[in-house]
Design a protein around this ligand. Structure first.
Ligand SMILES: C[S@@+](CC[C@H](N)C(=O)[O-])C[C@H]1O[C@@H](n2cnc3c(N)ncnc32)[C@H](O)[C@@H]1O
Length: 196
């Protein structure tokens, strides 16, 4: 059966979006000011990276925004935006499903983005797409720019957990990883059953 492009917003996701928004409302001005202070020690414009590793079509069936649009609005409507307009905010949205990805692109095209927001939407699996970026930075013995990653798979994935661990090894990287308790329950239950 083909996956639907859009699906209804449930209460759990609504709560998750409140956490994401509150996190970014604090992260954006703190990291933005820090990037400006570090400007004299680096070359080029101060930059911050925001990744949504399991993006979505951009909206839910009721028209509510999904995580990529929430992440963009957190910058666009932040009252600190005038103080951090010299910081480039690089957004990377990764979505595996091509139809959801096209929908997301169309939703982003309708937005009036701040001039310092740069958006890339990539089709692929988070594990390989972001994994290649992490490998490349590590291979060149570079550091990733200060980054935030929202990692929200539809359940438990060992590969995305391990990639998140490697990402968090970079200084000044932060991740918000959503793992529903029901998956931990199931995982612990299966382990216990195997031991019997
Ligand atoms: C839980 S939903 C994301 C919800 C969204 N983050 C939000 O809060 O509005 C997971 C999304 O990731 C996509 N997806 C599934 N596996 C993926 C993978 N390995 N890499 C990237 N995207 C994936 C699905 O098509 C789906 O749109």
């Amino acid at each position: 059966m083909t996956e639907p492009v859009l699906w209804p917003l449930d209460e759990h996701t609504r709560a998750k979006h409140r956490v994401l928004r509150a996190y970014l409302d604090a992260w954006i001005p703190i990291m933005g000011q820090q990037a400006l202070r570090m400007r004299s020690f680096t070359t080029g414009a101060p930059r911050l990276l925001l990744v949504d590793g399991f993006a979505d079509p951009g909206r839910y069936t009721g028209g509510e925004p999904g995580s990529p649009l929430i992440m963009l609005d957190a910058l666009g409507s932040h009252r600190a935006l005038p103080q951090i307009h010299d910081v480039e905010f690089i957004y990377l949205f990764i979505e595996q499903n091509p139809r959801r990805l096209e929908h997301l692109r169309a939703e982003i095209a309708k937005l009036a983005l701040p001039a310092n927001a740069h958006v890339t939407v990539e089709q692929g699996a988070f594990e390989t797409t972001f994994g290649a970026i992490v490998d490349d930075v590590v291979g060149r013995e570079q550091r990733l720019v200060p980054s935030f990653a929202f990692i929200d798979p539809f359940g438990y994935s060992a590969a995305s957990m391990s990639l998140t661990g490697r990402f968090l090894d970079f200084p000044r990287s932060e991740a918000l990883f959503f793992l529903p308790l029901s998956f931990i329950h199931r995982f612990v239950g299966e382990k216990a059953r195997r031991r019997r």
